[in-house]
Design a protein around this ligand. Structure first.
Ligand SMILES: [Zn+2]
Ligand SMILES: [Zn+2]
Length: 162
């Protein structure tokens, strides 16, 4: 994100500094891998750190662009993402443009597990939205949705695109 003053950095989560936060994020992510029975490897950890920093769904390509140099080739990162999604560490989603995106849900974020997403058709950016429910204007729930298992995804233009 943008520039933050040192005052804001110190005022972060539980008053810890940015460096201390980075360290605790890494140990939290390592713990997450171990809990799922996965060995902690540098590529796995770096992928999780990238997703933690973005705090929104990212494509395979975006993840590759944000990894430090030399962390695996396209194919191995693709496999790694599939493994992490299978273990439930990442959520994999198709937001309607037939591109898989991956998102990490971690304790630093205030979004519910079943939250909705906005995909911007212009810049391709994805924003996490709070959990939402769908109702008719009169407050009723359409019968087709009553027992349905569905996802809310919104496609349009984000506020940053003119
Ligand atoms: Zn946009
Ligand atoms: Zn999200």
């Amino acid at each position: 994100m943008g520039k933050t003053s040192s005052k804001e950095e110190r005022g972060g989560r539980r008053g810890e500094s940015r460096e201390a936060h980075q360290v605790s994020v890494r140990s939290e992510l390592k713990e997450k891998l171990r809990t799922e029975g996965l060995r902690v490897t540098r590529p796995r950890l770096e992928v999780l750190v990238v997703l933690h920093e973005r705090a929104a769904p990212m494509t395979h390509e975006q993840i590759m662009e944000n990894l430090p140099n030399g962390f695996g080739d396209k194919a191995s990162i693709w496999r790694l993402l599939g493994d992490l999604a299978e273990r439930g560490i990442l959520r994999r989603m198709d937001l309607g443009d037939r591109v898989w995106r991956y998102e990490l849900i971690d304790s630093c974020r205030g979004v519910a597990d079943d939250h909705a997403h906005l995909l911007c058709e212009d810049c391709g950016d994805v924003k996490c939205l709070p959990a939402m429910e769908l109702r008719a204007k009169d407050g009723s729930v359409p019968s087709a949705l009553l027992a349905a298992n569905f996802q809310i995804r919104i496609i349009g233009q984000c506020g940053d695109c003119p």
